[in-house]
Structure formats: structure tokens, C-alpha cells
Design a binder for this molecule. Structure first.
Ligand SMILES: *Cc1c(COP(=O)(O)O)cnc(C)c1O
Length: 396
């Protein structure tokens, strides 16, 4: 089956009692035993639930792994993954990872002695130099958030494996439609299903997918032991969302490209970050490694913090909100919102300045989206806050 067919069918058919075409929501904490010592496959929802199993089978099929655990949030997925390690283990993490991931790694360093090195993973020499005898994993996120830097999953996985370390890829930004980390050598894939997989901004959820069976079994063991499993209703919503993943991703990308091109030409925009633009520094790698460029666009307003705030306040369709990947367009300010939890030095090092605005481009009619952004940016100009535009070469 092709991916688009799998999104609709895999794992869905669970109702042998009445042949329901959609997966029932098995909203139960516990399951009656057939006899002493005999169940129909489930005994307690923390350990397993048919609706959750449907979602796990579906995501496993999309990523072509051996098994998955569907958990309560994307951060629960990150935490579940970190339970594979023990005190003193060293993890090399991309320097511009998701803010919540950085916060949890920092907390686990303090609580449990995990050792973390943050490295700019576009620099493979720096990655090699950061490897130590006790390095157990590379934590890879590409495209990064919010600047959409692309790193080479294949090369990084090769380096990790050469040193006996695992390659873990957070694939939230692209979804399996646009990136297949297992084909590029990854051992684990992390998802915040809150984002594109669900796609409708009405649930928080996460998943970890393992490439090999032994790790998949360990995932199930840990998800039950720690008690992180997603609720049946949330799993049902995500499963429902995934059925339209492929057509949604196409619309997101079409709109994001048009928005990126619109912003690139706007006099009040200093810089545009979109890997689909040929001017993006990692465009070639993105084109080679990815199957699509996705729906996220970031840009720098050509002005100071007041101009940035004007834009954030002035859009009507782009809602000022965190999160991403839903059908509706969102606008946010990484420095004070999504990345506020990141240590300020870390944020500076990652190049996230206060002029950066991040867009999650939805699937509305694109003319309405560019008009909305145009109005918000025109407001800056009309208020007399225009600054000289830098040379065209500075655009990326
Ligand atoms: C949102 C996000 C997370 C965390 O997911 P939640 O569902 O919010 O807990 C992790 N990684 C990335 C890349 C994200 O965008």
C-alpha cells in the first residue's frame, strides 16, 4: 500500500462485533476477562487499548517502523524516549531544538545526571568533535524550529552509528508525508501528533516510533510502566485527522510557498526562512532529503520590537497563538512565546532574535492569507516605521 492509502486504512478496522467502518472509541479503563487468565487481547487501558492500538499501527505503517507508542503529548514522547538512557549517558542535541525539549533535557540533567552537548548539527566536524566514549544518542530535529535549518539525517546517523550511538529524529515539522527518517538511517522517530498528524488543533498528543522490534517492545514496556499512554478519545481524533494528512500537507506546502514568495518581495521584510526557496542556505539538502518543504515559514520584520508587535497584533486570519500544523493559520513570536522557555544564551546562539516571526500556514485560500499579511505589514509602513531594506543578497 502507498502512504496515502495507509493513512486512510491502516489499523482502522477494529470492530469485529458490528463491522463499523471507523474505529470505535473504546472509552473504558478495563476489560472483562473471558476466563481466569484469558483476555481478548486487552486487560487495562494503561497497558493497551484498541483505539490507541489503531493509532499506533497507523503511525508505525506511515513511518515504516516496527512499532510505536502513542502517548499523551509530544513532550511525553520526548520523555518516553529519554527513559531509554541512564544516569551519566551523554546525548548530543541539535543546538536549535524545540524549546520544551531543551527544558526537559536541562531538567533531566539536573535530576538524573544525563549529559547533554548542544551542537550546530549543520557542522559535521563539530558533531564529530562532540562525541565522547559515553555518547549514547544524537537528538536531531530538522527542519529546526523556528529558523528551519536543515541538517543531514543520513550523515548524522552514520556518525552516530560509527560510535555506537542511536539516531533519534523529531519528525514533527514535516510528518511522514514529507520526510522518512528511517530511510535515512534513524533508529527512533518522535512526533508531536498535536501538530500536522492530527492537524485540526483540537488535541495534544505524541508518539515514538522504533525502527526495530526490540526497541518497539521496550517502548511499549516503558509507556505502560511510566503510564504515558494517550486517551482513547484523543487517539480517535488523531486517527481521524491522519486520514486527510496527504491532501492537507499538499495544501499547506502550496500556501507556504506562496506566502514565502510574497514575504520575500515585501519591502518591510528583512529576511525569509523557507527551505523551499532556492535562496535558503540549506535548500539543496532539503530538496534531496525531504519529499516536500512543509508549511512553516519564518521571517524577520524590517524594524524593531514595536514594528514586530504591530505585525503580530494586526493579522486577522493568522491567529496569534503557539503550536502549528493545524488547518488554520497561526502567527507567533518565538522570542516571547514558543522559545521563551529556552535559556536566553541558548536562544541567542541559535540565532533566534526578537525580529523573528513564525507562521504556521494553514489551508485557507492563499490570496486571503497574503492579503492579511500584507495589511499587517502595510500598517508598519503607514505608521512611519519603515527602515531601509538591506541588499537583495541578504535575503534567504
Ligand atoms: C510541539 C513540539 C513538541 C512537543 O509537543 P507537545 O504536543 O506540545 O507536547 C516537540 N517537538 C516539536 C518539534 C514540536 O513542534
Amino acid at each position: 500500500m502507498r502512504l496515502q492509502t495507509k493513512t486512510v486504512h491502516t489499523g482502522v478496522d477494529k470492530d469485529s462485533a458490528y463491522n463499523s467502518v471507523t474505529t470505535p472509541i473504546y472509552q473504558t479503563s478495563t476489560f472483562r476477562f473471558e476466563d481466569v487468565g484469558t483476555t481478548k487481547g486487552y486487560d487495562y487501558t494503561r497497558s493497551g487499548n484498541p483505539t490507541r492500538r489503531s493509532l499506533e499501527e497507523n503511525i508505525t505503517a506511515l513511518e515504516e517502523g516496527a512499532g510505536a507508542a502513542a502517548v499523551a503529548t509530544g513532550m511525553a514522547a520526548v520523555a518516553l524516549m529519554l527513559h531509554f538512557f541512564r544516569a551519566g549517558d551523554h546525548i548530543i542535541c541539535t543546538h536549535d531544538c524545540y524549546g520544551g525539549t531543551e527544558r526537559l533535557l536541562r531538567t533531566y540533567r539536573e535530576l538524573f545526571g544525563l549529559q547533554i552537548s548542544y551542537v550546530d548539527m549543520t557542522d559535521l566536524t563539530a558533531v564529530e568533535e562532540a562525541v565522547r566514549a559515553d555518547t549514547k544518542a544524537f537528538w536531531i530535529e530538522t527542519p529546526s524550529n523556528p529558523l528551519l535549518n536543515i541538517v543531514d539525517i543520513r550523515k548524522l546517523s552514520d556518525i552516530a552509528h560509527a560510535h555506537g550511538a542511536l539516531s533519534i529524529v523529531d519528525n514533527t515539522f514535516l510528518s511522514p508525508v514529507n520526510q522518512k527518517p528511517f530511510e535515512l538511517g534513524a533508529d527512533f522517530i518522535i512526533h508531536s501528533t498535536t501538530k500536522y498528524l492530527n492537524g485540526h488543533s483540537d488535541v495534544v498528543g505524541g508518539a515514538v516510533v522504533a525502527k526495530d522490534r526490540k526497541n518497539a517492545e521496550r517502548l511499549q514496556f516503558l509507556a505502560n510502566a511510566v503510564g504515558q499512554g494517550a486517551s482513547p478519545f484523543d487517539c480517535w481524533l488523531v486517527l481521524r485527522g491522519i486520514k486527510t494528512l496527504v491532501p492537507r500537507m499538499k495544501e499547506h506546502e502550496k500556501n507556504a510557498r506562496a506566502v514565502a514568495e510574497f514575504l520575500s518581495k515585501h519591502p518591510n521584510v528583512r529576511k525569509v526562512y523557507y527551505p523551499g526557496l532556492e535562496t535558503h542556505p540549506n535548500h539543496e539538502l532539503a530538496a534531496k532529503q525531504q519529499k516536500g518543504f512543509g508549511g512553516m515559514v519564518s521571517f524577520e520584520v524590517d524594524g524593531g520590537i514595536e514594528e514586530v508587535k504591530h505585525v503580530l497584533r494586526s493579522t486577522k486570519l493568522f491567529a496569534l497563538a503557539e503550536s502549528l500544523g493545524g488547518v488554520e493559520s497561526l502567527i507567533e513570536h518565538p522570542a516571547t512565546m514558543s522559545h521563551a522557555s529556552m535559556a536566553p544564551e541558548q536562544r541567542e546562539k541559535a540565532g533566534i532574535n526578537e525580529r523573528v516571526i513564525r507562521l504556521s500556514v494553514g489551508i485557507e485560500a492563499v490570496e486571503d492569507l497574503t492579503e492579511d499579511l500584507g495589511n499587517a505589514l502595510a500598517f508598519v509602513r503607514d505608521a512611519g516605521m519603515r527602515r531601509p531594506k538591506p541588499k537583495a543578497g541578504a535575503l534567504c
